[in-house]
Design a protein around this ligand. Sequence first.
Ligand code: PLP
Length: 449
Amino acid sequence: MDDARYRELVRKDLAHWVHPLSHPSDHQEPLLYERGEGIYLYGHDGQRYIDGLSSLWNVAVGHGRRELAEAAARQMERLAFNSSYVGSSNEPAIELAAKLVELAYDNMQAVFFGTSGADSNETSFKTARFYWAMKGRPGKVKVISRVEGYHGTTLACMSATGMSMYYPNFEPRVHEIVPAASVEPMPSGGARIDPGNNNVDNIAETIEREGPETVAAVIAEPVQGGGGVHPPPPDYFRQLREVCDRYEVLLIADEVITGFGRTGRWFALEHFGVLPDLMSVSKAITSAYMPLGASVWSREVFETITGADPSVKFMHGYTNSGHAVAAAVALRNLAIIEEEGLVENAAARGEQLLNGLMLLGENRYVGNVRGLGFMCGLDLLQDPENDVPFDEEMRMGVRLRNACQRRGLITRIRGDSFVLAPPLVATAEEVDAILTIVEEGVKEVTGNL
Ligand code: PLP
């Protein structure tokens, strides 16, 4: 793109578009993406970049997939949209609901469609309340959430998000959504995890304190993503399931990032042999070729809610629920994931990526190398042995991100945590290319310390 056109677009962008998580001062020289192919993105600057985070953890099958464009076009020509409100339906969304139930945990029965991760979580929260009301316990309304969890930025989801940087000027949060530990800013922008997040005691204590008769659900990401990629200790989710059962509280798995193969299994709680009651999904369900999300319900939740008296309606709905084009794209996308063995590829390439990052751990400033499947993270630390962060002013995470971007790798940081989640189609050679760039970037930013 020529410079004059770029400048004109940036001027209009700054004048008319309020970006997510933004201040205009951070948007003076935005990277304008022009096209994508496979794991690569091409910018206005003529550069090719590896999409190291699958954009926003969502472009699972890679960019530029003609099959998905064709699936969308076919459905648009036939029927782009119909109401999915009660009494009307459409073929792709019906087939997708059945397919999701086939792929999801054994106890799952039905789905409620939305268009995003946040609205899927909203549906899960409201479903938990509705379920308990149907059980004759309408006082069970609260949702307990975890430190460093990310669940979206609607008012309820922001309240469940355990990162303080999302709250300023949007308070008060929804009081019935209760963090399981205090959400304080963490050193160095907050990346490393409060040890309290690694055992379930604070969840049990919070339920006790609030009163189990007031608590509807606990929400948790199987692997925390936005918080900086934090896989749980192996026994965490089994214990969390026990706590939920003990206090008669539903478990909502927020699999908006982890769903559809990201961790090397279709859904991440498979790693731990745990079944949730509700599951929120989005992102890789369409590989982001169309906006789509869903709250997936267990048989018990479904039968309790649909078994109510006909006068008791589930009065929750979005115009774009069960959008025919999004559903057609999702069906084709899930078929690609199956046909190309991308869940298995995520497991194998994830192991390669993690092993490569572990070698970087030999650098004296790299610590906490971690990952599950194709979701990995590491921290830059002044003293990794003792978990001592760099001074915030040094902005080590930003420097590493920039060093990688200059070398053609785009990804994300949280404080001084650096995370990677490449498209599930990445090959062994492409993972090696990512590792080479990260190694060079780490050397650059730690070289003269
Ligand atoms: N839940 C998790 C785990 C997420 O990572 C995200 C977004 O990154 C969301 C929910 C919110 O999704 P959306 O941004 O589509 O509303």
